[in-house]
Write a protein that binds this ligand. Structure first.
Ligand SMILES: [Zn+2]
Length: 138
């Protein structure tokens, strides 16, 4: 009976030390080659990236250029506080009670009121109102 090769999951577990290497993995040339490939890939992935000093210098210059452009823009940091202050001022202005104005016309006295009513009762009625009055008296 021919022993089966290690699966990829088993090789990965051997690579990261989760599983003890099986005797098959130690003997079989194909499994050892796969394990060596996985170790090479792991080392390449874990290696620090090669970044040239020129690339870093260019990147730093671009960052400084953007920072200078941002600093040269007009600064409107005061605008929100000004808007909030204006809102508070308008709120106070609207909520302040307005004193009621005193009536200009004076209230007539009782004697003056009765004399005016008597004067109205004694005056003859207008001619235009006479036919209407006759309608109500019938
Ligand atoms: Zn094998």
């Amino acid at each position: 009976m021919k022993p089966e090769h290690c699966t990829d999951d088993e090789l990965i577990e051997i690579l990261y030390g989760v599983r003890e290497p099986t005797t098959h993995a130690a003997i079989c040339a194909e499994c050892r080659a796969k394990l060596a490939d996985l170790e090479r890939l792991r080392a390449a992935a874990a290696a620090p990236p090669e970044i040239s000093a020129e690339f870093l210098h260019t990147q730093r210059q671009r960052v400084f250029e953007r920072a200078e452009r941002y600093a040269s823009r007009p600064n409107f940091r005061w605008a929100p506080s000004l808007a909030a202050s204006a809102a508070v001022f308008l709120g106070l202005l609207i909520s302040t009670p307005v004193p009621k104005s005193q009536p200009v016309a004076s209230v007539p006295s009782d004697a003056q009121l009765f004399s005016e009513i008597n004067a109205l009762l004694e005056t003859p009625e207008p001619l235009a109102a006479a036919p209407i009055r006759n309608l109500f008296e019938e």
